[in-house]
Design a protein around this ligand. Structure first.
Ligand SMILES: [Co+2]
Length: 346
């Protein structure tokens, strides 16, 4: 959850109308927060004239799919009192993007391994639930239950007011979809983004799952997005520049003519949910190198068409401007002597 100019929960968000043209990204304000709060202004999905125009264009990009619509969001779920909360829970403000990077000693590494493993197990379980007819709200309930049963807190719940325990991003939703009453349909793709807070450490991971029979174009998008993540992971090691990640991802996406979303970024993660470094998924010349013992995420979002996000009036749900499909994969990584260890795998 981070937005790029300002966040994955919120990758950084830029003004969507100029997003692709921006070369001067300011530092992310917050992973979960758009720089410009477009939701309540002119970009409401239902009212935008642009949408009418872009809907006509979506035929080849989101074949036979209905435009995603907001469903009903159920009341907040509770967390037992004995489970420790991250410091942002119960505050009205978006947490600051942490300026210190997460570099761990042996004990910290063990805590990161534990939270990463739990996040991966929860994500794996959530994936088994994906089938036509299940609601994203039911997936949220299952995720919430499994996290609290393991003595952890679901990091998205209460993060800057986010109302649910997991992000569920269907079809043209790039990220930060709020679980609701919508039933998954045959042919949908859905990203499930799980973050858990266990013993004071966050573990953050997401995957895009196929629901029923998915057409070949969408399958290819999902496959290539996962390849982008794995290729980026393969070049990480102490001393490697973070900008190598974006180069690798963009190069592979370009081969298949898929777009790379710029406004949402990877991030440092550990005691803090979102902190430095900012990890861009597209070509860039940002400075900064990986350090032994450091933990961060890589979480590329690829699209079939426009990479510009539009934010719904719920202030969270980010969808592609042209309704083209979007896929995402994410891991939390630990820099080791020879490369990185993927913390978020079972
Ligand atoms: Co993340």
């Amino acid at each position: 959850m981070l937005c790029s100019s300002s966040s994955s929960l919120r990758p950084h968000l830029l003004l969507s109308s100029i997003g692709d043209g921006l070369s001067h990204f300011s530092k992310p304000l917050h992973p979960f927060i758009p720089i410009f709060n477009l939701g309540n202004m002119h970009f409401s999905i239902k009212s935008s004239i642009n949408d009418l125009f872009f809907n006509k264009r979506k035929a080849g990009l989101n074949v036979n799919k209905k435009q995603l619509q907001p469903g009903k969001v159920s009341p907040c779920l509770s967390v037992p009192d004995q489970i420790a909360r991250p410091p942002y829970v119960g505050t009205k403000f978006f947490p600051e993007f942490g300026t210190g990077s997460e570099v761990h000693d042996m004990k910290g590494v063990e805590c990161m391994r534990a939270s990463g493993k739990l996040a991966a197990q929860v994500l794996q379980h959530a994936g088994t639930l994906v089938k036509p007819g299940i609601t994203t709200d039911e997936i949220d309930m299952a995720v919430h239950q499994m996290i609290i049963e393991n003595g952890a807190y679901p990091s998205p719940l209460g993060y800057g007011g986010f109302p649910k325990s997991v992000c569920t991003s269907v079809n043209e939703c790039i990220c930060h979809g709020i679980p609701d009453s919508r039933e998954l349909e045959n042919g949908d793709i859905i990203n499930i983004d799980v973050t858990v807070y266990l013993n004071g450490y966050h573990g953050d991971t997401s995957k895009t799952f196929l629901c029923g029979d998915v057409d070949d174009k969408a399958k290819k998008l999902v496959e290539v997005t996962q390849e982008c993540l794995l290729k980026a992971i393969s070049i990480c090691a102490p001393g490697v520049e973070f900008n190598k990640i974006g180069k690798m991802i963009q190069k592979h996406a370009d081969k298949f003519k898929f777009g790379v979303v710029r406004q949402f970024v990877g991030h440092g993660v550990g005691r803090v949910f979102h902190c430095e470094p900012v990890v861009y998924h597209y070509r860039n010349n940002e400075r900064g190198r990986m350090v032994l013992g450091q933990t961060f995420t890589i979480e590329p979002m690829l699209t079939m068409g426009s990479t510009n996000p539009v934010i719904w009036s719920d202030n969270w749900t980010a969808v592609t401007q042209d309704m083209s499909l979007s896929a995402q994969f994410e891991h939390t990584l630990l820099v080791t002597e020879n490369g990185v260890e993927i913390l978020t795998q079972c």
